[in-house]
Ligand binder design. Structure first.
Ligand code: HSE
Length: 377
């Protein structure tokens, strides 16, 4: 085991933060050998009382203890949201500490600014866990596919809605029960409407597009529809011909323009993403040299997400002197639109009618239908 130590802190001891502490302890030697130094947890920041925890002596309610301790080099932000998480992240970066996070809301909304602050202070702001949970996607897309122009990305990026739709289709649970269980299993957001309404998927696809093009894609520009209106009737009709409804986040880049949206889509038998079930995530990336690659793995939950957070901690420790150069610039919104003009087949159903699949058309070709979901080709 490496003898040298690097001190770390966790801000927010919720599902992901507690998972980070657990995995740091469980895999201490392996992590030390990957990082080249022991990653030693010095503080855990949380406003709640953890005096009966076996790690009680690490807890503090005072952020300035972490901020002012020069020994702490890596800080994990798992508070979530854009309130104190934003303030504390900024202050950690300004005081020369690397920050690692799973907070997609913060990265999607303020990543642009936080990455600029990190660059100025020669530290890293890393967020692999913000998309795909434990499934590697951001680093492979940026590094392994660096030779490619990214032509499109589409995928299942929200574990909670995938879990709900899987269980509705298999008739094992109602929407409400499946959501309750996703909350109990630690997949859902603190406010699960972010999952159900597609906001979480919207933040994740924005981050993927930010990184793919090095240009800011504000989440509020992403046309977003969640799964609230997906009815048992459509799930059943589609099940009869082996098809499934899944919440898909996607973008397509062509001629300098980006079409980006989140919506329930129909996947026909044989589609590579059709068997991505429960809380798993699956993302297909198309590059102009590689063609298509697919990433698959556990998209939510305590230890899987901690796995990605700690990989970033290791990366930060291995790059203490040389910053990883990632970021994106604000080029306005003229190059961004929703998916209205994108041509595909659709599943449609009128109030009285049976469901059927149309010929390829843009959104205007199906505007008269009560129920319409794109086929994911
Ligand atoms: N609520 C999120 C999901 C957690 O269900 O995918 C992981 O980002």
């Amino acid at each position: 085991m490496a003898s040298d130590k690097v001190f770390a802190a966790i801000m927010g001891y919720g599902i992901v933060g507690s998972g980070v502490a657990e995995v740091l302890n469980m895999n201490r030697d392996k992590i030390a050998s990957s990082a080249g130094r022991e990653l030693k947890l010095k503080y855990i920041l949380d406003i709640r009382d953890f005096s009966s925890s076996p790690m009680a002596e690490l807890f503090t309610k005072d952020f300035t203890v972490i901020e002012n301790d020069p020994e702490v080099k890596v800080v994990v932000e798992t508070i979530g949201g854009v309130g104190v998480a934003y303030d504390f992240t900024k202050r950690c970066l300004l005081s020369g500490k690397h920050v690692v996070t799973s907070n997609k809301e913060l990265v999607a909304k303020h990543g642009h600014e936080l990455l600029a602050i990190a660059a100025k202070n020669n530290v890293n702001y890393l967020f692999e866990a913000s998309v795909g949970g434990g499934m590697p996607i951001l680093r492979p897309m940026v590094t392994c596919l660096a030779a490619n122009e990214i032509e499109s990305v589409c995928g299942i990026v929200n574990g909670t809605t995938n879990f709900i739709l899987t269980n509705m289709r298999e008739c094992t649970m109602t929407f409400e029960d499946a959501l309750k269980q996703a909350q109990q299993l630690g997949f859902a957001e603190a406010d699960p409407s972010a999952d159900v309404e597609g906001t979480d998927a919207c933040r994740k696809i924005s981050i993927l597009a930010d990184l793919a093009y090095g240009r800011l894609v504000r989440p509020e520009l992403v046309q977003t529809e969640g799964i609230k209106n997906v009815s048992v009737r459509d799930v059943e009709i589609l099940r009869n011909f082996g098809a499934k409804i899944k919440l898909i986040a996607r973008f397509v880049y062509s001629g300098g323009k980006l079409m980006i949206w989140v919506a329930p889509h129909v996947l026909l038998p044989g589609h590579p993403l059709i068997n991505v079930e429960n809380a798993d995530n699956g993302i297909m990336v198309k590059g102009n040299a590689l063609g298509e690659a697919m990433f698959f793995g556990c998209g939510a939950g305590s230890l899987p997400t901690a796995s990605a957070v700690i990989a970033d901690m290791v990366d930060a420790v291995r790059h203490t002197d040389k910053r990883l150069d990632i970021g994106w610039t604000d080029c306005g919104s003229d190059w961004i639109s929703g998916g209205e003009d994108f041509i595909s087949r659709w599943y449609v159903r009128d109030e009285s009618g049976e469901g059927h699949i149309t010929s390829p058309t843009d959104a205007s070709g199906v505007s008269m239908h009560m129920v319409k979901y794109r086929i994911l080709e």
